[in-house]
Design a protein around this ligand. Structure first.
Ligand SMILES: [Mg+2]
Length: 451
């Protein structure tokens, strides 16, 4: 079982190792005086933006592996205390060691398990899911995790075969037609793996990843949001435009409840009640769901999903299955060219149900807690507040339950009720400010005015 205390706050408990030693050769007009991570984007060092994300997800303990113009990085970030985090440094030394060699050199600073990212990339993924999948993999004999993106050769040549949350083959030199995914740049490792390499010998961490994939020891987290990096002037320009829109221009959002709004509620025979889908085969989008989301985006809104998914907290489904359902949903939208901004799900349940015991294979005790995200609390709607520039006054929460509307009201956004106002609902609803009632989400998308 995954350690419950650790998983209460997984990001705060895991060390983040940041590879920052690179020379930035392709960016040389920018990196003559500055290390790549500190190249300025909209008046701030690039890495500030990635650090904003990492802090948002809850990471607190960092180890920066620095080389080129190392002292500038250490001078700028210091020990991290002014930002409420802690930063240690390890210098690459005179020789270029490659990514693997740099991690090996830092061996005395490494904790038993650690996450590795690149200091020149902006990677907005659900890091809690990454960590969960790593520890789930550990139980099945895996020793590391790689995040991968379904690529279709969009960003670079695909180099990963991934099946059932396992990397079956990773090989960046010999790519094959079966490779549909690309390595995303976020990995988690067991420290002991690096003891097999000699200190001071240069190597690319891809060598280790390839070996692990061949031995069946590399777990996968399939992520769905593209990454940005600043490896070339064109990429730097692209990131600059992206971050300008995201952080410097205000834009409203629609927050959509999921079940009953985008997909069908299913009949759960075990409890003889209507319920959320608990497996991929039960998950069915309404035929108008894609048109509705596409219309919101066309009208200038971000589209976030804000959904309570307590089945894992209730011991009725594994968290991994709930993650799989959300990933499949996002991919299904992407196949139609539609980009959901993010899925924010509350997997918690406030009390331990009487029928649950520790031998229930579905039971994940860290999900039983009084959280800030379960609707009617506003946590899911407020979640992107510090990593986007959202115009909450003109944003909407759209849902088919009273709790959706209460959450919307508590977050200070407009509220839309999907469904028929029967009289028992009317009574409950009279306490909630309601801006619009519609029969389905497509109608809401048609009626809500563009930005
Ligand atoms: Mg619902």
């Amino acid at each position: 079982m995954i350690d419950a205390a650790f998983m209460e706050n997984p990001c705060a408990n895991l060390q983040v190792v940041v590879l920052m030693g690179g020379l930035g050769t392709r960016l040389k007009e920018y990196t003559k005086e500055t290390p790549k991570s500190l190249v300025e984007v909209k008046g701030r060092p690039f890495f500030d933006y990635e650090l904003m994300l990492l802090k948002h997800y809850g990471f607190r303990r960092f180890l920066f592996l620095i080389g080129y113009k190392a002292e500038m990085i250490e001078e700028y970030y210091g020990d991290g205390s002014s930002q409420g985090i802690s930063i240690q440094y390890c210098y690459d030394g005179k020789e270029l060691l490659g990514t693997g060699g740099a991690i090996r050199r830092a061996y005395p600073y490494l904790e038993d398990d650690f996450l590795v990212i690149y200091g020149d990339s902006f990677m907005d993924i659900d890091y809690e899911e990454t960590i969960y999948r790593y520890y789930q993999g550990r139980r099945e004999g895996k020793r590391a995790l790689m995040t991968v993106l379904k690529n279709g050769d969009r960003f670079d040549k695909s180099n990963v075969v991934c099946k059932n949350n396992e990397i079956v083959l990773y090989d960046k030199k010999n790519t094959t037609p079966e490779m549909e995914y690309i390595d995303y740049g976020v990995c988690i490792y067991e420290k002991a793996l690096f003891a097999d390499f000699e200190e001071g010998t240069p190597f690319d961490v891809a060598v280790l990843q390839n070996r692990l994939s061949l031995r069946g020891e590399l777990a996968a987290h399939v992520v769905t949001k593209r990454f940005y990096e600043i490896g070339s002037p064109a990429a730097l320009q692209e990131f600059s435009e992206y971050i300008e829109k995201r952080l410097y221009q205000k834009r409203p959002a629609v927050f959509l409840d999921r079940d009953g709004v985008l997909d069908e509620i299913v009949f759960n025979e075990d409890i003889e009640q209507l319920d959320a889908p608990l497996s991929l085969s039960e998950f069915r989008l309404f035929d108008y769901a894609k048109e509705a989301v596409s219309l919101f985006i066309e009208k200038g809104y971000y589209v976030f999903i804000a959904t309570n998914q307590p089945a894992a907290g209730k011991g009725k489904a594994r968290l991994s299955t709930l993650y799989d359902i959300n990933t499949a949903m996002i991919l299904s939208f992407q196949e139609a060219g539609i980009e959901l901004e993010a899925v924010y799900a509350c997997y918690h349940y406030p009390k331990r149900l009487a029928y649950i015991n520790d031998h229930n294979p579905c039971f994940e005790p860290f999900l039983v807690k009084n959280c800030d995200c379960r609707k009617p609390k506003p946590g899911l709607i407020l979640r992107p507040k510090d990593i986007y520039n959202i115009d909450y006054d003109n944003s909407y929460m759209i849902g088919d339950s009273i709790t959706d509307l209460q959450a919307g009201q508590a977050a200070g956004v407009k509220t839309v009720f999907v469904g028929e106002l029967k009289c028992d609902a009317c009574k409950k609803l009279c306490d909630v400010k309601l801006d619009l009632t519609v029969k389905n989400v497509l109608e809401a998308a048609k009626q809500i005015k563009g930005v």
